[in-house]
Design a protein around this ligand. Sequence first.
Ligand code: ASP
Length: 337
Amino acid sequence: MKKISVYFISIFILFASMTLISCENEQEEQEILDYAIVLHGGAGVISRDMPDDLREQYEASLSNALELGKSMLEDGADGLDVVIAVIKVLEDDPLFNAGKGAVMTNEGTFELDASIMDGRNLAAGAVAGVRTVKNPIVLARHVMDDSRHVLFAGEGAERFADMMKAERVEPDWFHTDRRAEQLRRAHERDEVSLSEQNLNNFDMGTVGVAVLDKNGNLSAGTSTGGMTNKRFGRVGDSPIIGAGTYANNATCAISSTGRGEEFIRHAVAHQISAIMEYTNASLQEAAEIVIHQKLQPGDGGIIGVSRTGEIAMVFNSPGMYRGAADSEGRFEIKIWD
Ligand code: ASP
């Protein structure tokens, strides 16, 4: 009799736990969005006194870029193609500190950094310190697709650009008067800066995109001119896989913006992914730990998307240009909290 009741109790427990697991799975499946995209245009002290017309220009540029990415995803495009297309648009836009409109080095030149990562297989490509490549993100993708390496820097990256027939420009093509003025002020104060605090309120603008596509693939990319008044050969986090960019289909895709040295020290993008992988933390929770507990206030922020389509935009600076859209109809552009 006793044996029979133990038998029935065990069957009951087994059945109950199977039902529970299948409910949980169903819930998880239901929560996976078809696609999601999130982008940033830099973080820092963005003054709320910004003239309305300038704010509108930023919002329009971010909105156009987001719309492009969203419609490509809606049409079933591969996430990496979306990352490239959206970042190219932002690189060509002089408002942002990437491609045309990049900030100037200490010597008044331009040294651009970019990276891209594929969450399917952890393939990645990056370039650092390029001077004549119109769209560094395109060259970063060539590094990923057409070389055995992950990161090319300086002269070598330029030679690789020759081989790949990447579109080139005269260095002066990146010039904007606004960045020249920022460099003048940085020289005056002998500062290396995202430029926000003591130089100008409107001059951050690294760009980055993270995407979940309809095939469930995560990808991310980042592009920047770096920091105003940076010294020869300085490389920030943007082309460093694990710091400025990271993507892993098991967890999330991330792009960072802010004081590059801090993002490198804390391996910010990878650390967020690792927290998700090793604990049950959501993307939002993992990003908050790293941005608010590891970094210092004012260092910057991240945008990211998880494998379920959860979007996070977490920053510890007063503002971050950003936008998010997904298959559930979300479409938003924000600058401040
Ligand atoms: N993270 C970039 C760098 O340090 C700058 C930025 O995000 O604005 O090069």
